[in-house]
Design a protein around this ligand. Structure first.
Ligand SMILES: O=C(O)CCC(=O)C(=O)O
Ligand SMILES: [Fe+2]
Length: 276
């Protein structure tokens, strides 16, 4: 996938803009150029450029016909015809790995092994290709590869190349680097897993600063459940909860995962229907 990412980001800008995320409306797929800020005036720019896909659904899928946000086909660049089969094949493999990890987590929580399966009947995974230009080592303020954040879903399976740049926030408040390990994935837990486990599993705050003088590529795969999934906890946490990084999920009864994801994406990517 790193080779595919390099080839894609090396395409001329107009070829990448052909699959611009802005054109995907409430499906939030396609190309996001460098320095994108999202729609929230409080957000700082990300130095990264990104290309992202979700599940490839045909136009006659009932949810696509009904206009359900986050459901539909993906825009693939005409200049790189092999990108579609490569990304969809990788997406399929990681879907299986994600379900395997969820089975292990269910066992760890004392739940039946297949406990989480029913929440992934029509999942909304996102597969991203990311490219980070090198930045000055002392530049950690206004311009940052990826802003500090927690991921939204159950978990994220992240492949990073051998450049380095990912940093994790410890409970002590200290940022530490998560150096690349050849052939290994990093698994970050997201806000949904924190909610589902009542804080037994926490969502790891992380950011990217590419201080290493070379281009960096990474490929995160976000294990996100079906649209109509609730945040209600599946287990009770009897121990003190870890401090929250940010109060991300509104305390709204009956809120669906898909509705919240549209809110988050509207803030960090673009507001559908606007030229943001
Ligand atoms: O590029 C990375 O290593 C991390 C990217 C990331 O955190 C994200 O896309 O949520
Ligand atoms: Fe992340």
């Amino acid at each position: 996938m790193f080779a595919a990412a390099r080839t894609f980001f090396d395409l001329p800008l107009e070829k990448k803009e052909e699959v611009s995320l802005k054109s995907s409306g409430n499906r939030f797929r396609g190309y996001l150029p460098s320095f994108h800020k999202g729609d929230d005036p409080n957000l700082k720019e990300n130095l990264q450029e990104a290309y992202q896909i979700h599940t490839e659904l045909p136009p006659d899928d009932p949810d696509v016909l009904a206009g359900l946000p986050l459901h539909g086909p993906n825009p693939f660049p005409s200049a790189m015809p092999d990108l579609k089969p490569r990304m969809l094949a990788y997406q399929g493999k990681l879907a299986q790995l994600g379900q395997g990890l969820l089975r292990l987590m269910a066992i760890g929580l004392g739940l039946p092994e297949t406990h989480f399966e029913s929440y992934f009947r029509k999942p909304m995974p996102m597969l991203r290709l990311l490219h980070y230009p090198p930045q000055k080592p002392d530049e950690s303020g206004d311009h940052i590869g990826t802003r500090a954040h927690t991921d939204t879903g159950a978990l994220t399976i992240l492949a990073q190349d051998d450049t380095g740049g990912l940093e994790i926030l410890l409970k002590s408040g200290e940022w530490v680097t998560a150096p690349p390990v050849k052939g290994a994935y990093i698994v970050n837990l997201g806000e949904l897993m924190k909610a589902w486990t009542d804080g037994i599993f926490t969502a790891t705050p992380h950011r990217v600063i590419n201080r290493y003088g070379q281009e960096r590529y990474s490929v995160p795969y976000f294990v996100n459940p079906s649209y109509h999934t609730s945040f209600a906890p599946h287990v009770k946490n009897t121990r003190p909860r870890p401090p929250r990084f940010k109060a991300l999920i509104p305390n709204e009864k009956g809120l669906l995962y898909g509705e919240w994801l549209v809110d988050v994406y509207s803030r960090i990517y673009h507001k559908p229907g606007t030229a943001a």
